[in-house]
Write a protein that binds this ligand. Structure first.
Ligand SMILES: Nc1ncnc2c1ncn2[C@@H]1O[C@H](COP(=O)(O)OP(=O)(O)O)[C@@H](O)[C@H]1O
Ligand SMILES: [Mg+2]
Length: 320
């Protein structure tokens, strides 16, 4: 089980400026859960993933707990995280795969060594496992002998995906993993995640702004805005009947292809708030069609409806 409890992340920029990137985020996932996280650019998706992976820069100040079963991942040293947790228990397919690989090692050697180091298997077995993953990802065998900078962007991304799946970790975080890939290779990656992660009852956190992908993958959905959860719960219920006005806005921004023409039927007007300013009430207030006076003053307590939590005063009022 993975539990994020009262998480806050602030980035310092110089002496005075702080960016409130994650604000009071809590959720919990069980074995087999696939959580889709959606939200506009800057809403804190990558920050949340980096906090779980202990990958935040030193300028970030973190508060809260991230429990993997009974271990608080924020309470152990970075070194302990690297040796005991990373790859083995939790892995990430980062948003930018550019720097994820060691530039001075042939990729096959790097991946083979990770398996041998952690599992003590023979080199032959490790090589076979790497090659089998390469095949699943449609990577040609000669990639094994190349250096990262000799690969195309799409190949590099798929090598990073292979490395995240190498040791069959309990939790896989995929941060917009298919952005650099064409449609066919996107489908391959999604299939691989289905086979290796989802059907093995592991936990998958899938961050994307391609809402259609998440619809086919996730059993849970979170909408994140200005570092706050707006709505979280059953993805089926949220797709069918989104309750938070932000979720409604995001879902109605999906191109309508029912008549063969991709048309953006609607979008949310305005821009996300400046996260260097303290926000007293709901951050979505200035853009919200249901905004009330109280929304400016207080961030709402969540209301539980229909297998989900909705952080909205207007929904709360209607639910009473
Ligand atoms: N290293 C950093 N230093 C300062 N601010 C950052 C840093 N990384 C991200 N931010 C800010 O934190 C907020 C959340 O960013 P991010 O987590 O990357 O969002 P997303 O992945 O949803 O696009 C944004 O306002 C972004 O500008
Ligand atoms: Mg991001």
């Amino acid at each position: 089980m993975l539990q994020v409890i009262d998480l806050y992340v602030k980035y310092s920029m110089g002496k005075k400026i702080k960016v409130n990137a994650i604000n009071d985020v809590s959720f919990s996932l069980d074995k087999g859960d696939v959580l889709g996280i959606i939200g506009e650019t800057g809403s804190g998706k990558t920050t949340l993933a980096s906090a779980i992976m202990r990958m935040l820069p030193d300028t970030a100040e973190v508060k809260g707990k991230i429990m993997l079963d009974n271990l608080d991942l924020l309470a152990i040293s970075k070194k302990e995280f690297r040796t005991k947790i990373r790859w083995k228990k939790i892995s990430i397919i980062p948003q930018y795969s550019m720097n994820a690989l060691n530039p001075i090692k042939r990729v096959g050697k790097e991946l083979t060594e990770i398996i041998m180091e952690h599992e003590g298997v023979s080199e032959e077995e490790a090589v076979n496992r790497v090659l089998s993953l390469f095949k699943d990802l449609n990577l040609p065998e000669d990639v094994f002998f190349k250096y990262p900078d000799e690969l195309s962007g799409g190949q590099r991304q798929r090598v990073v995906i292979a490395s995240a799946l190498l040791l069959n970790p309990e939790v896989v975080i995929a941060d917009e993993p298919t952005t650099a890939l064409d449609v066919i290779n996107q489908a391959r990656v999604l299939n691989l995640l289905r086979n290796k992660v989802i059907s093995a009852s592991r936990i998958l956190i899938y961050i994307t702004h391609d809402i259609a992908v998440v619809a086919g993958l996730a059993n849970k959905l979170m909408t994140l805005y200005a570092g706050r959860i707006m709505e979280i719960g059953s993805s089926e219920k949220m797709f069918k009947n989104p309750l938070h006005p932000y979720t409604q806005g995001l879902l109605s921004s999906v191109p309508d292809i029912s008549n063969g023409k991709p048309v953006h039927i609607s979008y949310i007007k305005g821009d996300p708030p400046d996260l260097t300013k303290e926000i007293k009430g709901c951050p979505f207030y200035p853009r919200c069609p249901l905004a009330m006076d109280i929304c400016k003053e207080e961030f709402p307590e969540p209301v539980q409806i229909d297998d989900r939590l909705v952080y909205c005063h207007a929904v709360r009022k209607d639910a009473k």
